[in-house]
Design a protein around this ligand. Sequence first.
Ligand SMILES: Cc1ncc(COP(=O)(O)O)c(C=O)c1O
Length: 404
Amino acid sequence: MKPLPVTQETEKTLFFHNYARMPVALTHGEGCWLVSSDGTRYLDMISGIGVNALGYGDKRLLQAITGQAAKLIHASNLFLLEPQFELAAKLLDISGLSKVFFANSGTEAIEAAIKMSRKQAAMTGNNDKKEVLSLSNCFHGRTYGAMSLTAKAKYTDGFDPLLPETGMITFNDVGDLEAKVSERTAAVFIEVVQGEGGIHCLSEEFLARLVALRDRFGFLIVADEIQAGCGRTGRFFSYMHFGLQPDLVCLAKPLGGGLPLAAVIGSEKMAGVFSYGNHGTTFGGNPVACAAGLAMIEAIQADGLMEHAVKIGKMLQGGLQELAARHSQILDIRQYGLMIGITVDKEAKVYVEKALQKQVLVNATSQNVIRLLPPLCISAGEAQRCITVLDEILTEESREKAGQ
Ligand SMILES: Cc1ncc(COP(=O)(O)O)c(C=O)c1O
């Protein structure tokens, strides 16, 4: 068979039309750079949507993957698998929590957490305690449970009926929080820093009230750390900046070092929530993905990448503030380590396309937010390159406008 051209046209003929892919056929990566089939090098400020924390080609990660693949790629959860034990122990050590469940993707971790929330509520004997709440503008995934929590028309239109007994609290609105939670609430799902929602952080006041209301009504706080976790904000979990103690934590994206892996980590209170057969997955906790995950976390710790994320994040913030002072197209900047949102005065995809032409990969979210989620190992020079290119784009745009 003749090789198929890897183009947008062929993509349309082969796949369902659910992705708006960039017109770039990638072949490999080196450090913080991705290389396309024509040899063009792109500075990667997206890292596979917050996945590739170590960039591309990290030797420790490759060794862990190839070493484990040579020994055992898959065996299922019918058996005891050492890489799972090692990664679970690491996650419990970092979080101070009690139990781990491994899945394959973020949305699967959320599904497991929804099931745990309802089951735990049922165990209290209160048959009305079913309600699972989330926050406006959130994103928790695209399977039915996770989508029901996400509940933005863009994600849910045409997919009714959604999971019953779900609802939404207005982000950072303490009054709405107080009005919505009750004895009927089984869990409140939060992203301490919303990712797809445009990089917005919960306020200390909101989180403190949430904790007080948890004490009163006995619901669970579920921290979705799928995007903000694994060190991206400068702490391993973004909730650590606030001293929050969630009952459940969902992790995915970088957890498998680029291989599909997710985890739900639970407090002692949750230890007995599942019994045999209540939940499971064939692939979850795949040994190669777990070995990769452990190598990735060890590398983050050994290289001081959380401290580095804080340092480079501040540098990017400084550079962006300076751009905002000169370019009226920038309306707002929000930066938490290497999780950065830049609100612009038009559809952010305009800038994604312009940056692509200048070999820098950025992402658009929430219509008018440019999102930066670079590898945690990005250098100061690479971060500066991104600022320089954004400056060029904004300057050219202003010149074009003035010339009209
Ligand atoms: C905060 C958050 N939760 C859940 C998900 C869903 O993860 P996945 O795409 O792995 O299913 C995402 C994905 O972007 C996310 O950012």
